[in-house]
Design a protein around this ligand. Structure first.
Ligand SMILES: C[S@@+](CC[C@H](N)C(=O)[O-])C[C@H]1O[C@@H](n2cnc3c(N)ncnc32)[C@H](O)[C@@H]1O
Length: 350
């Protein structure tokens, strides 16, 4: 009855590269920079979009689901100058959504990337198959995300007031540096309701700058860091925890943090999933935790092994799947069952 966990992870991985060359060739020359580790974070993004739409679609309270990709990129990433492509987060989101979003917002300040993304999304949504779930509306916004996010939130509220449909959103913020600053996070939280998936550049942008440019880092955190006693030892973990605390103060206390080792022993970032506290759970937190454990185990391998996993080698995949899959199995079984959606824990969303 339930979905096999192994198949679930396998299909997330296969989805990263499927049709990517075709999308690249729509606008040759335009691609995001990429490395093997970036693919691991996209597995998490893929599972999050997939489970978010499945779970929220069952909740009668939220008629209108939105997706915001705050640092959307060009729609395709290229790995190591080789002819090897991965889909970008906007296309993965459209493909992995199990129900179409009411509206998808893609914010990208580089005009060339924004234009390439627009063309690739048009190509995706014009395909005959419904592999890419076309939302009722979508928009590529060629602006700085810090300025665009307040307008996006007002747009959602306007629509809410006009038709009185409950709204909820999933927002992916793929920071490379300290791109999306705290005032924009405040706009997104605590209301309207929504889940966040944030790439926190813990060791590079934050770790390297906090000593020398505390004001810049402070803007990213929404805190005056001169009043914070930052330890020398364990500084990066301290800064990660500080960001998690800030999110908790914005009514996003349920957090799953995945440490993505971009270069073992050298630099890493944290992928933070954060949501509201709902008594009976949010219906997909265990899946996120399982994917986190998988990603953290894959890091223990070298780059060749990571590529093996990404290339679909069954035996490599199996060796990195965490043993304890009870939580995710239950959630996947629940999502794949045809039972009355009202019987799930999701009543608690209301
Ligand atoms: C690494 S790429 C995004 C990759 C994308 N999330 C993916 O997974 O396919 C980061 C993008 O963010 C854009 N960017 C950086 N700062 C920005 C800002 N403040 N507002 C909007 N876009 C920004 C860059 O131009 C770049 O295309």
């Amino acid at each position: 009855m339930g979905v096999d966990v192994r198949d679930y992870i396998q299909s997330r991985i296969e989805g990263l590269t499927e049709d990517s060359q075709e999308f690249y060739s729509q606008v040759p020359g335009q691609a995001n920079d990429f490395d093997t580790w970036s693919a691991l974070k996209l597995i998490l993004h893929s599972a999050t979009v997939n489970m978010y739409t499945t779970v929220l679609a069952q909740n009668d309270y939220y008629d209108d689901l939105y997706y915001i990709d705050a640092l959307a990129g060009s729609g395709v990433s290229q790995y190591n100058d080789e002819n090897r492509c991965f889909l970008g987060s906007p296309l993965i989101a459209a493909k992995d959504a199990t129900v179409p979003f009411k509206k998808m917002y893609f914010v990208e300040k580089d005009p060339d990337h924004a234009e390439a993304l627009e063309r690739r999304l048009e190509y995706a949504f014009n395909q005959k198959s419904d592999k890419y779930a076309e939302p009722e509306q979508w928009e590529v916004i060629p602006r700085d995300a810090n300025k665009a996010i307040p307008d996006i939130i007002s747009g959602m509220w306007r629509s809410f007031r006009n038709n009185d449909n409950g709204l909820n959103y999933l927002c992916f913020i793929d920071n490379q540096g300290m791109n999306v600053k705290w005032p924009a996070i405040e706009e997104l939280t605590p209301k309207p309701y929504g889940d966040l998936l944030i790439n926190l550049p813990t060791s590079q942008a934050i770790g390297r700058n906090v000593g020398t440019y505390p004001e810049t880092v402070g803007e990213f955190y929404g805190r005056d860091l001169s009043t914070v006693d930052i330890p020398d030892t364990g500084m990066r973990e301290f800064m990660r925890d500080l960001y998690l605390e800030q999110l908790e103060d914005r009514n996003r206390p349920v957090q799953v943090n995945t440490r993505v080792e971009a270069d073992v022993g050298s630099y890493y970032y944290d992928m933070i999933y954060a949501t509201r506290d709902i008594k009976a759970g949010n219906g997909y937190e265990e899946t996120i935790k399982y994917v986190r454990d998988f990603i953290e185990q894959v890091h223990s391998g070298d780059v060749d092994r990571i590529l093996d996993v990404l290339d679909g080698s069954q035996s490599s995949l199996s060796s990195y799947l965490p043993d304890d899959d009870e939580g995710i199995s239950e959630e996947l079984a629940e999502e794949s069952s045809d039972e009355d959606s009202g019987q799930t824990a999701l009543g608690e969303f209301q």
